[in-house]
Design a protein around this ligand. Structure first.
Ligand code: HEM
Length: 342
């Protein structure tokens, strides 16, 4: 609703929605993790924007970090990528200091972890949960939970502004099965199959997380006939899976219908033709999958209920092949024009 208030203020004008999306999703995560909301002038917001900007370069596969993988001793000679990694570690520590300082002391994730730490005393009186055990999940959730969804929704507004037919269809579905005034809830998923299909197609088409994170192979194994030794590092290419011509007809067309059965219901996750893994798979699957899907569904449906989005004065390609290479993919800067629905 914060987002919609901001959109209302920009009604009829061409604007870049990036900051509004970032602040809305960031505040959703901080409410969960710290029990507080922030403005754009706050230390936490500025640190996270700094981290988000910096993280894109050293982890970028075409960046200088690759040299360090091959010649790790370069770090002793002031290698710029190593220096950047060190500054990232510092920013991460700063983020934790702020989260620790700001937590509400009642019902948020960070406070729950601190309570668990106090209770985790072993026989010798030492805490089994160290500060690092508390910091890593909290900062991981803040970073992964914000950037992934911000970039996905930034892609969405660009795509939808160029697909008025799809936008109209979502609006018609929402109007018919929820109406213009009732608040949309996660329970509405079963009433809004087309809206759900749009969200699934968004996850496939954009594949903002093009790869899974790195996994170390624990024992010798075989994958698709290829021997893989214990200790090898693997990552799955989700982008390739989601744009493979043998699985998807015209993979670079945005077509929500590919996730619908002939009777209009959503194709079940176990369907043989649903080769969709935007959150990875297995024991290390994204911990935020349910949260992310629910939040995206609510945002797509709520937006359709209240606004119509069309292209603004600044345009950038919505086709994901044109997105700059980065840890999370998203389009270059663009603008939209939002009209509130009567
Ligand atoms: C559109 C949204 C999102 C996408 C596309 C996405 C995608 C992914 C992917 C592909 C992985 C790697 C899985 C693997 O290596 O097999 C991952 C891991 C992770 N994600 Fe997400 N994610 C999203 C939202 C979120 C949210 C909302 C949170 C937090 C609430 C989150 C927290 C994490 C964490 C902590 C990990 C590491 C899990 C581990 O190593 O065990 N993600 N995500």
């Amino acid at each position: 609703s914060h987002e919609l208030k901001e959109f209302k203020e920009h009604e009829g004008k061409s604007f870049n929605p990036a900051k509004i999306i970032f602040l809305t999703i960031f505040n959703f995560m901080t409410t969960l993790l710290v029990g507080k909301q922030y403005d754009t002038e706050s230390e936490l917001f500025m640190k996270l924007v700094e981290f988000e900007g910096e993280v894109r370069t050293p982890i970028n596969p075409v960046g200088k970090g690759v040299e360090l993988d091959i010649f790790p001793w370069l770090k002793y000679f002031g290698h710029p990528a190593y220096k950047k990694m060190q500054s990232l570690v510092q920013t991460k520590d700063d983020l934790w200091r702020i989260v620790n300082r700001d937590q509400d002391g009642e019902s948020c994730f960070a406070t729950a972890l601190c309570t668990a730490q106090e209770e985790s005393v072993d026989r010798d009186g030492a805490n089994c949960l160290t500060d690092k055990h508390l910091m890593m999940p909290t900062i991981d959730m803040l970073l992964a939970g914000t950037s992934s969804t911000v970039n996905t929704f930034y892609c969405y507004l660009n795509i939808i502004s160029h697909h008025p037919d799809i936008q109209t269809r979502i609006q018609e579905e929402v109007d018919q099965f929820v109406g213009r005034h009732r608040q949309i809830t996660p329970d509405d998923k079963r009433r809004l199959p087309y809206t759900q299909a749009v969200m699934l197609e968004l996850l496939r088409y954009t594949s903002v997380s093009a790869f899974t994170i790195l996994h170390r192979v624990l024992k010798n194994t075989t994958i698709s006939g290829k021997k893989v030794s214990a200790g090898a590092i693997l990552l799955a290419n989700l982008w390739a899976l989601h744009h493979d011509h043998s699985f998807w007809d015209a993979p670079y067309d945005f077509r929500p219908e590919r996730f619908l059965e002939a009777d209009g219901s959503v194709v079940s996750p176990s369907h043989v033709n649903r080769h969709l893994l935007p959150f990875g798979a297995g024991p290390r699957v994204c911990v935020g999958e349910i949260l992310a899907k629910t939040r995206l569904f609510l945002m797509v449906a709520h937006l359709a209920q209240c606004c119509t989005v069309s292209p603004g004065n600044v345009k950038s390609a919505y086709d994901p092949r044109e997105y700059p290479v980065s840890m999370f993919l998203s389009p270059k800067k663009y603008e939209v024009i939002v009209q509130m629905r009567q």
